[in-house]
Write a protein that binds this ligand. Structure first.
Ligand code: PAF
Length: 283
């Protein structure tokens, strides 16, 4: 695996592959890789000849300095995992390289509407940071395809919207959420759960499955959400949001229609867990 630390190195190598007629896929990450990230790499391999991954803990998408400072860094293990998955190039830029004039002076990419609500509502500036860094990484790597997980469904839709609105010649591939055996969505944040919290954590998905099934059967959306919030609170979660939205534009709905998704964010102790699942109507 080539390790590139500069924009030029990445561009030269990708250009070289392109001149050989090879297709390039990109998997951007913030490191602390788990099976979810490695599934993105595996999926990328099905769509391209060469795989580029990046590890960059992007300060622009954090609105809590503690969160940024405490973001787990596992560079050696991450590199080994990427080598194991036969990643061809790993780009590890510095903050100074990505934001040479500092965050305040950085031109930004703002995706409207779809960034409001859900994680955008409670984390002001978060998606501005995500779309800006992803646009920048896309311009550096210039991949043919890029893979993003459905676990961060709003992020996926923000990237898709940005790619369409700004005419990036890149195909965005959505990859299904990777789950632990007990259903808990894989996340770097899970490592912050205490043993006791880890036992309770899968209840979030179980509760969501029940809500989705009841709504699919025709039960009232608001009643189901209210019951579920109460149940999760009793279990020890602090529910941030539990909402049903339209998959394609993330607008809130209060009546049943095809193409809906259930979105949840809840604190369990310190970690904030997020998850989302499709509501599959029975007829
Ligand atoms: O999902 C992530 O890890 C990050 O938001 C991303 C897409 C790498 C941008 O920093």
């Amino acid at each position: 695996m080539i390790i590139a630390n500069t924009i030029n190195e990445v561009r030269q190598q990708v250009l070289n592959w392109r001149q050989q007629g090879l297709k390039v896929a990109f998997v951007p990450t913030m490191g602390n890789l788990h099976q979810g990230h490695l599934t993105l790499v595996k999926t990328a391999k099905q769509h391209a000849d060469k795989i580029v991954a990046s590890i960059f803990v992007n300060p622009m998408q954090f609105n809590d300095a503690n969160d940024l400072a405490n973001y787990p860094k596992t560079m050696d293990a991450d590199q080994q995992a990427l080598i194991h998955e036969q990643t061809d190039l790993l780009y590890i830029p510095t903050v100074e390289q990505i934001y040479p004039k500092g965050l305040e002076q950085q031109s930004a990419v703002e995706v409207p509407t779809i960034t409001e609500g859900l994680c955008g509502g409670n984390r002001p500036g978060h998606f501005r940071g995500v779309s800006t860094v992803v646009a920048k990484l896309f311009n550096i790597v210039q991949p043919d395809v890029a893979c993003f997980g459905e676990k961060d469904f709003q992020q996926l839709q923000v990237i898709k919207t940005m790619v369409e609105d700004l005419s990036f010649p890149i195909e965005v591939i959505a990859v299904a959420t990777c789950r632990e055996q007990d259903g808990l969505a894989m996340s770097s944040r899970n490592t912050h759960l205490t043993q006791g919290e880890r036992v309770i954590a899968p209840e979030l998905k179980q509760c969501m499955d029940l809500v989705a099934a009841n709504i699919a059967e025709g039960c009232n959306i608001k009643d189901e959400l209210d019951k579920a919030k109460m149940h999760l609170t009793e279990l020890g979660f602090k529910v941030d949001y539990l909402e049903v939205r339209r998959e394609k534009d993330l607008q809130l709905v209060n009546k049943i229609e095809p193409g809906l998704r259930l979105f949840a964010a809840a604190y369990l102790g310190k970690p904030r867990l997020i998850d989302n699942i499709a509501i599959k109507l029975s007829k």
